[in-house]
Design a protein around this ligand. Structure first.
Ligand code: F6R
Length: 606
């Protein structure tokens, strides 16, 4: 996920682009850059690191008052977050410059085709391939608009791009396919950007672009075209009334809520390029690495819960013995590693001190480490022998939501990958899971609004509780732990997650009408066991919310029915229910949801 902006108008473009990028920095911040025309040359200034690095660099450049340009803030997908991979990228002639958000899936074959035609590349990015493809297309296709349309027709994947050309100063072209792009319509100036806050200080009139559309702007005009046919498309101009702060949150009250609702997209992004229609899983990151004989998963907090969940899949599909370890404990134990063992370090931020220390400890023993990280180029990603990125995009809310969803998706892919390699999965199971995964983003998208409504009602009903017990078994035990963690960290209501079968070994003493239980009672093989645990709670006058599926016999205070998919994919619907219940409770109680007290997004201390 990256942020892009393009401007043409009457103001000095570079400061305006920087200001716009500042508001897009939530979309990525590992490098940034701008392109503008000065002294009849295409100037591209880029810097590794946060936007402030680019600002310092621009301070020392003699930037003229260019009145148009494009800008980018990057969240790396192809290639390390270093300056030569930062955007904008130029074509070989140096006439075109482009910024891009998204992933071009067939970039490798296009790159080879262009290499054969004599193009050269100075980065590892898919973007540099696209801008050269457009230049190649211009040789045969006349205008830049024609060449742009031709090249877009050849790429597969998702993109929002903005393009500027030395031959047409003051004109910006842009297009979108499965990545956000909006057009801002001003007076004597026009904008394109990944998100409205990038230009909200200058205009509130916007045109929402659809997939398959491209746009041409200059200072005094704008036009939208069908990217395939190049026919003009009639568009409506909408007037925005939000303030900048809420617009950054895409109209959601908090980043946490926005991120919960982004989960269908997160699953789709994590699957892209890894799972296709056939019975094949592509994880080039792990090529040449044998499936481990034994896997040690090391992580903290929410990532640890994801690891516990993944253990079930690794064991039943890939028949790999797994231990899941809290990193702060693991790093001080005398862990016995055998030949063939591997460590999977799970970390959203890739910077968690305990996980990093555990990784370094086993690396010293020569044990191969696979990192499962969200942040590209983070310490754990760099120090692992191999890294699988979860591709959730930057997570801003301190409480982790969509990152966990992406970790569950990646763990599902990993277990399938090893299961297929070892031949331990029945073909029928593979087919069923693959087909379930392909419709999972849509299934979740459809289910989320109703889950949210129920979460709101229940949050109001139960918000006076001082303490909560979360119960689950099997795959739902890690989710019970996660539900309790979410509730305590943002609403400050005490909550404990427990394996439902352990309840009678102690916690049952706590049950009374003031101590509600949140039970994961979904339709898996362990449902009858959970059902009898809940009878024990009810017999002690405990109030029970049960997250469940249609038609399951339960005598509880609230049956919260969610749509049923196949196992283990039901977890992807259960997780947002837990997140939304915690979110709505915290919001109802007036807590600072996105920045709860005492917590930090990235725990870089022991
Ligand atoms: C909870 C939460 C934390 C993190 C933990 C590990 O919402 O965010 O429990 O999961 O601090 O962080 P990462 O995954 O960055 O290593």
């Amino acid at each position: 996920m990256c942020g892009i902006i393009g401007y043409s108008g009457h103001r000095p473009a570079v400061p305006l682009l920087l200001k716009g990028l500042k508001s897009l920095e939530y979309r990525g911040y590992d490098s940034a850059g701008v392109a503008y025309i000065q002294n009849k040359a295409m100037e591209v200034i880029r810097a590794e690191g946060k936007l402030s690095q680019l600002e310092s660099k621009l301070d020392s450049c003699n930037v003229s008052i260019a009145l148009s340009g494009i800008g980018h803030t990057r969240w790396a997908t192809h290639g390390l977050p270093v300056e030569h991979n930062a955007h904008p990228h130029k074509d070989n002639s140096g006439h075109l410059a482009m910024v891009h958000n998204g992933i071009i899936e067939n970039f490798q074959e296009l790159r080879e085709e262009l290499l054969a035609k004599g193009h050269t590349f100075s980065s590892e990015t898919d973007t540099e391939v696209l801008v050269n493809l457009i230049a190649e297309g211009r040789k045969d296709n006349g205008t830049l608009l024609d060449a742009f349309s031709w090249a877009l027709g050849r790429v597969e994947g998702s993109f929002a791009v903005a393009l500027t050309d030395l031959n047409e100063p003051g004109v910006i072209y842009a297009a979108r396919q499965s990545s956000p792009l909006v057009l801002g319509v001003g007076v004597g100036e026009n904008f394109v950007a990944s998100d409205i806050p990038a230009f909200l200080a200058y205009t509130r009139d916007v045109v929402f672009l659809e997939d398959g559309e491209m746009v041409r702007i200059d200072a005094n005009s704008w036009a939208v075209y069908n990217a395939a046919t190049r026919e003009a498309v009639d568009k409506k101009v909408d007037h925005i009334t939000w303030d900048v702060q809420s617009a950054q949150k895409g109209g959601y009250k908090h980043f946490m809520l926005k991120e919960i609702f982004e989960q269908p997209r997160v699953i789709a992004d994590c699957l892209t390029g890894r799972v296709n229609g056939s019975k094949e899983i592509m994880l080039p990151e792990l090529e040449g690495l044998e499936p481990p004989k034994r896997l040690h998963i090391v992580a903290c907090g929410t990532s640890f819960h994801a690891g516990l969940w993944g253990m079930h899949l690794m064991e039943s599909w890939a028949k790999i013995p797994v231990s899941v370890e809290i990193a702060s404990e693991f790093r001080y134990r005398d862990i016995i590693m055998d030949p063939g063992d591997a460590v999977l370090a799970i970390s959203q931020s890739g910077e968690t001190a305990d996980t990093l220390a555990g990784l370094r400890m086993v690396k010293e023993q020569g044990v191969p480490v696979i990192g499962l990280c969200n942040v590209v180029g983070s310490s754990i990603a760099r120090e692992s022998d191999r890294v699988v990125y979860t591709q959730a995009g930057p997570e801003i809310s301190v409480a982790s939501t969509k990152a966990m969803c992406s970790q569950l998706t990646a763990l599902t892919i990993l277990a399938l990958y090893w299961g297929l390699q070892k031949g331990t999965m029945a073909g029928q199971d593979v087919e069923q899971v693959l087909s379930g995964l392909s419709s999972l983003p849509q299934d979740l998208e459809k289910a989320l609004p109703a889950i949210h409504e129920t979460a709101k009602d229940l949050a109001r009903e139960y918000s006076s509780a001082r303490s909560f017990l979360y119960l689950g078994r099997g795959l739902y035990y890690p989710l019970a732990l996660e539900g309790a963690l979410k509730l305590k960290e943002i609403s400050y209501i005490h909550a404990e997650g427990y394996a439902a079968g352990e309840m009678k070994h102690g916690p049952i003493a706590l049950i009374d009408p003031e101590f509600p239980t949140f039970a994961m009672a979904l339709n898996d093989g362990l449902f009858p066991k959970v059902q009898s645990n809940l009878v024990e709670v009810k017999a002690r006058n405990g109030r029970v919310i049960a997250l469940t599926h249609e038609g399951l016999p339960l005598e509880v205070d609230t049956s919260w029915v969610i749509p049923e998919l196949i196992e283990p994919l039901n977890s992807f619907l259960a997780l947002p229910a837990l997140q939304l219940f915690a979110y709505e409770t915290a919001d109802y109680l007036g807590k600072d949801v996105d920045q709860p007290r005492n917590l930090a997004k990235s725990v870089t201390v022991e």
